[in-house]
Design a protein around this ligand. Structure first.
Ligand SMILES: Nc1ncnc2c1ncn2[C@@H]1O[C@H](COP(=O)(O)OP(=O)(O)OP(=O)(O)O)[C@@H](O)[C@H]1O
Length: 588
């Protein structure tokens, strides 16, 4: 992105806030203008002191001017800060809406921590650009220009001296700006990578601890912090060359002004008051010029940050062009049907013509080797991905003809990774159906056999479950997730059964929960335990991208060699771990 395009994009950010922003800048500039009046008044005071004494009115006038300047300045700054926050708020809201609706592959291609850092860190830089750089540039520019004009009017010769020295510094600054922008971009990228690595480690903190990997993670994340630090130091080096260059130029010119101006006063070419006023203006010039410089530096950083925010806001989102008109279920149609569905992740074919049906209120188990594509079947039913060819139908209607919201409201998904959110048990249960009443809550808790557990908790449903639900056992988390799913009264519950062996109590509770859930809706279960497979009315065996077997346990044991192998393999594994084979076996 060129500097000009980057600057245009920064300006575009302020659309909708320009009136307030302009007023805020006007107030800040007016405050600087009032400040500039002060040397003129001082000159008047000094020059007139020989003829008559200073009046109280005069002193009160100067004091009043100070107060008004402070008030105007304060108001302007507040409005600027607020505008900066407003701009950032709208950028953040747009980005939040976008990040929650990206297409699934976008989450796989980008690191979550980096996306979060774009939303938090980069937008904060944008706020600084709006609230600080804008006034630094405008007020610095105008005040600098005004001061320069007054200096020129007061004494063109002395002004020429100051202008020549400052121009040398300006050349140094211009030469360093491009590198400052690059360093700014590297800092932002480094912070994003650090956040992504920290998210990776904290998201799997138990695994990190169990593998005693804290020092390794510390080193790895520390390295990211160091590269952000190195880029930050590089930016600091550039700034620390630029700022003193300007300061030096102005202070050097002050010395020259004193020397040459003093000689001109002695030769009666100018008055002492005029020299003092000129000197005051020359010292005042430091502030706007440094402001300008800082503003330019911040804009350079802002362009880097905006680039990152832009990249995130251009990521593809799920398109939901179909109107939200509910499609009436076709009576007697299967609740879910796959017709010759083909799907691949990139070049890798996972489903190669899969066809099956799940009839209403039936329980179907989906089994297959690891990597056979069982979870992919769920992802296509939920429309996380689009099939390459073939059709997925829900209640007899093509998924592509339904709105995403309509389609997902009829399904409930309980993933193997059971996402339980930080918050209370109640918040987790009501997540999909916020309006569900106490009776509904009691019903689903009873269904998943959690009513006893909740009754025993000191805070009942208002108990905090911890980050990712870590205050609950694995089996309890699974049942909370099933309860949450049932609260929406779905037509079909998609459940990825936990492959880890549950203890007997939890296993029994889960089996009961599934049996009761089966009375409310159809179930399609990726089954990992033989007990679940046997209880399902029908079993689908997925292999090599196709349905290799479809029938009951007894039928498949006879007709499907792969099913027999799957069952036998799992049974032998269970014997080696010493658990009860008939109940705890997994076919997945
Ligand atoms: N997002 C993805 N991008 C690329 N490949 C993927 C992705 N998700 C899954 N795969 C691959 O697709 C194949 C099917 O994966 P899937 O998760 O559907 O299998 P599964 O039968 O559910 O496996 P398991 O029983 O081990 O959970 C696997 O080989 C997997 O490596």
């Amino acid at each position: 992105m060129s500097d000009r395009a980057g600057f245009r994009d920064l300006l575009r950010l302020t659309a909708g806030h320009r009136r307030v922003l302009t007023l805020a800048i006007v107030l800040t500039v007016a405050a600087s203008g009032l400040g500039m009046l002060q040397p003129l008044l001082v000159r008047h005071g000094i020059d007139s002191v020989g003829t008559r004494p200073l009046s109280w009115w005069f002193i009160a006038g100067i004091a009043g001017l100070f107060l008004v300047q402070a008030a105007v300045d304060g108001l302007g700054l507040f409005m600027l800060e607020r505008s900066g926050e407003r701009v950032v708020l709208s950028v953040r809201k747009r980005l939040i809406a976008r990040l929650l609706r990206l297409r699934m592959p976008a989450y796989e291609d980008h690191r979550l921590g980096d996306l979060i850092s774009r939303l938090s860190v980069d937008t904060t830089v944008l706020r600084d650009v709006v609230s600080t750089a804008s006034v630094q540039l405008v007020a610095g520019g105008l005040t600098g220009l005004g001061t320069a004009v007054l200096m020129l009017l007061l004494d063109p010769v002395l002004f020429g001296l100051v202008a020549a020295t400052v121009s040398v510094a300006a050349v140094v600054v211009a030469a360093l700006l491009g590198r400052l922008r690059e360093a700014g971009e590297r800092t932002q990228r480094g912070v994003g990578e650090m956040a992504a690595d920290l998210e990776r480690a904290l998201g799997a903190i138990r695994m990190v601890r169990a593998n005693r990997a804290e020092p390794r993670e510390e080193r790895r994340i520390g390295e990211r912090a160091e590269s952000a630090f190195a880029a930050g130091v590089q930016a600091a080096k550039l700034t620390s060359v630029m700022t003193p260059a300007v300061e030096l130029a102005i202070r050097g010119s002050l010395l020259l002004v004193l020397l040459i101006g003093g000689a001109r006063v002695a030769a009666n070419a100018t008055s002492l008051g005029e020299l003092v006023a000129f000197l005051l203006y020359a010292t005042y010039l430091v502030v706007p010029l440094i402001s300008l410089l800082q503003g330019i530096g911040l804009v350079q950083r802002g362009m880097g940050a905006l680039q990152r925010v832009h990249e995130a806001s251009l990521l593809p989102v799920e398109s939901d062009t179909v109107p939200r008109s509910p499609i009436l279920p076709v009576r007697s149609a299967p609740v879910l049907e796959f017709r010759e569905v083909r799907f691949s992740y990139g070049k890798r074919t996972v489903l190669d013509g899969v066809s099956f049906r799940v009839e209403p209120r039936t329980s179907v188990a989906l089994v297959g080797k690891s990597g056979a594509g069982k979870s992919t079947v769920f992802s296509l039913a939920e429309r996380f991905y689009q099939p390459f060819s073939g059709t997925v139908l829900l209640n007899g209607a093509d998924l592509n003809g339904m709105s995403l919201s309509d389609c997902r409201s009829r399904l409930a998904l309980v993933d193997q990774n059971v996402p339980i959110l930080h918050g209370t048990l109640r918040e987790n249960l009501l997540y999909a159906a916020p309006d569900a009443d106490a009776e509904d809550l009691a019903r689903v808790l009873e269904t998943v056999n959690l009513a006893g557990l909740v009754a025993g908790l000191p805070d009942g449903l208002d108990t905090q479950v911890g980050e990712r639900g870590n205050m609950l056992s694995g089996g309890e988390r699974q049942r909370v997730a099933i309860a949450r799913a049932l609260l929406t009264r779905p037509d079909l519950l998609l459940l990825d059964e936990p492959s880890a062996h549950l203890d007997q109590i939890n296993e029994f509770a889960l089996t009961m929960a599934l049996e009761r859930a089966g009375r409310e809706c159809a179930l399609l279960i990726i089954a990992h335990r033989l007990a679940t497979v046997r209880r399902a009315g029908r079993i689908l065996v997925l292999d090599e991208g196709r349905i290799a077997g479809d029938g009951t346990h007894d039928e498949l044991t006879v007709s499907c060699p792969l099913y027999r192998r799957l069952v036998e393999n799992q049974l032998s594994e269970d014997r080696s771990t010493g658990s009860r084979p008939a109940e705890a076996a997994s076919a997945g």
